[in-house]
Design a protein. Structure first.
Length: 242
């Protein structure tokens, strides 16, 4: 995480960073990781965590364990209840609910970040997410594309940053286990039955055949300079590992 932040220039002195916290392992690990980094990163910045509760099934999520955890790490924490679950599954009854849900949550997160005076929004995407997104774009839309480590949203005047983008999901999972971090189980009716899950299974299968698969994909993204994935200083992406 520290390497990604420094090499991609994700955080600058005086920034106020808003972390979108779903309650899953990735966003919780990101929040705690950033909280710890404040002590020795050498860049003074403020940290805010925000959970946007879609209230799936009309039931508010319980974030009490996260409230306690973030208080222990001196992280300002806000919970926003919404009707996203009701709109997506009851009113719209979307056949592909993930796209609409993600769009609504993204908009609410950006607006909330601005309301809280933040200029950067940190998301818990890791390397596995990047590889999965690449293949979703390739097979689903017939194009080469992926999210960027750093994205400027001109309309909102916000930077989106992904500090865990160089870490694999296995590394994130291990950190959560070793630190005994609490997570909030997703109540989404579509959880585990999505196109994203299909890609996750594909990446896992490829990694079984070639343990270096994820790192090779990282090198390919960097070599191509695709969507902001420039090689880090001192490397030449995939070529450096030949």
């Amino acid at each position: 995480m520290r390497k990604a932040i420094q090499e991609y220039g994700m955080i600058a002195p005086g920034d106020r960073v808003c972390v979108g916290v779903s309650g899953g392992k990735d966003s919780v690990a990101l929040t705690v990781g950033l909280a710890r980094l404040r002590e020795y990163l050498g860049i003074p910045f403020e940290l805010v965590a925000v959970s946007l509760d879609p209230q799936f099934g009309g039931t508010p999520a319980d974030y009490s364990l996260l409230e306690k955890l973030f208080a222990e790490h001196n992280v300002e924490y806000h919970i926003r209840r919404s009707e996203i679950g009701h709109v997506v599954f009851d009113l719209r009854q979307e056949k592909n609910p993930c796209a609409l849900c993600a769009k609504m949550r993204r908009g609410l997160l950006h607006n909330t970040a601005k309301e809280l005076g933040c200029n950067r929004v940190a998301l818990g995407h890791h390397l596995d997410d990047a590889v999965e997104t690449f293949y979703m774009n390739l097979w689903g839309e017939g194009r080469l594309g992926c999210f960027s480590p750093v994205t400027w949203l001109s309309r909102k005047e916000l930077y989106l940053i992904r500090p865990m983008v160089l870490a694999t999901e296995a590394e994130v999972r291990r950190a959560v286990r070793e630190l005994d971090l609490p997570v909030v189980k997703s109540a989404c009716p579509a959880d585990g039955a999505t196109r994203r899950q299909e890609m996750k299974d594909y990446v896992a299968d490829m990694a079984k055949k070639d343990p270096a698969f994820r790192q090779k994909m990282l090198g390919a993204l960097q070599d191509a300079g695709l969507d902001g994935w420039a090689p880090l200083p001192g490397t030449q992406g995939r070529r450096a590992r030949r």
